[in-house]
Design a protein. Structure first.
Length: 113
């Protein structure tokens, strides 16, 4: 299983970014996909989840600002991040759960004030 996440970068507060994560080596349509983030000195926290049935959950800190989606034809999961805040600064990781838990390499999001 390989996960390739990209789309991070530097953005000003109030701006937007879209993260993408492409999966290979897995039956994507049966998988639950998560986005996690880890800020310096903090524990990794789950940001958003989308199940194979399309059930979606968000951390309270991002609800209303972030949108998770998936495209099974592309074996990809996305995280649209709007109204970004400096406290959203972190390394963002995609995680896939299907016969095990697998992680991508992370992509850095930096939000300047």
């Amino acid at each position: 299983v390989q996960l390739q996440a990209f789309g991070g970068g530097l953005v000003q507060a109030g701006g937007s970014l879209r993260l993408s994560c492409a999966a290979s080596g897995i039956i994507f349509r049966f998988a639950t996909m998560n986005w996690y983030r880890q800020a310096p000195g903090n524990q990794r926290e789950r940001v958003a989840t989308i199940t194979s049935a399309g059930t979606i959950n968000y951390a309270s800190s991002v609800k209303g600002r972030f949108t998770i989606s998936r495209d099974s034809s592309e074996s990809s999961v996305y995280l649209q991040m709007n109204s970004l805040k400096p406290e959203d600064t972190a390394v963002y990781y995609c995680n896939i759960i299907q016969s095990g838990s697998f992680w991508g390499q992370g992509t850095l999001v930096t939000v300047s004030s």
